[in-house]
Design a protein. Sequence first.
Length: 266
Amino acid sequence: MPDYLDDLRLAHVLADAADAATTDRFKALDLKVETKPDMTPVSEADKAAEELIRGQLQRARPRDAVLGEEYGVEGTGPRRWVIDPIDGTKNYVRGVPVWATLISLMEAGEGGFQPVVGVVSAPALGRRWWAAKGHGAFSGRSLTKATRLQVSRVSKLSDASFAYSSLSGWEEQGRLDGFLDLTREVWRTRAYGDFWPYMMVAEGSVDLCAEPELSLWDMAANAIIVTEAGGTFTGLDGRPGPHSGNAAASNGLLHDELLGFLNQRY
């Protein structure tokens, strides 16, 4: 089996470059922000970070395909880098430090493309998380200064911490009743949002998280980090991996119950 460690090292180099670009423009008074056709914001920093990553990938991995939030897919083949230059753009443009660059390498297999490397870098929080298939998940300042991640062992909903992003998406999908029932069963709920709940599941500080509507670039890096930390990452339909257009992540022990509540109307 490939060890993917060279790809992981490259992903860290890409994240370093993106961190420098995004941090430089964070809280800039002259930051340019536009509205995309789907009515979500995109800043000049989103575009610059993705262009930077694409340029380095073109030099370092010219045969690999690239899929990014801002510029779509380029290239074909069994290996595809998936990039979200700034996950949490709404936070970024308002000066909230909860945002990150998400970088993943996906490889074609029997079940389609699956993530084999993931890096989530949140420079404003001073945090970075990463994983490579078969090598575990880690957090730290660098590859050599890292702590291995392990999901929690909480096995009862009444002891569990559940994280989410917002209520609106659940209501639009008719899942709000099940969502609210779940919040009444768990010990604690918090709306941290975006990449952060998944990283906390991997760290063991949160036990459950879910979002009703996502894109592949929102999930690919998160998925490999959660699973390499011993957790479970699926869509709300229970399908493993980041392909369902939504996500549920847990320590594994509570996953069936999580899906049960969020699919109550079915």
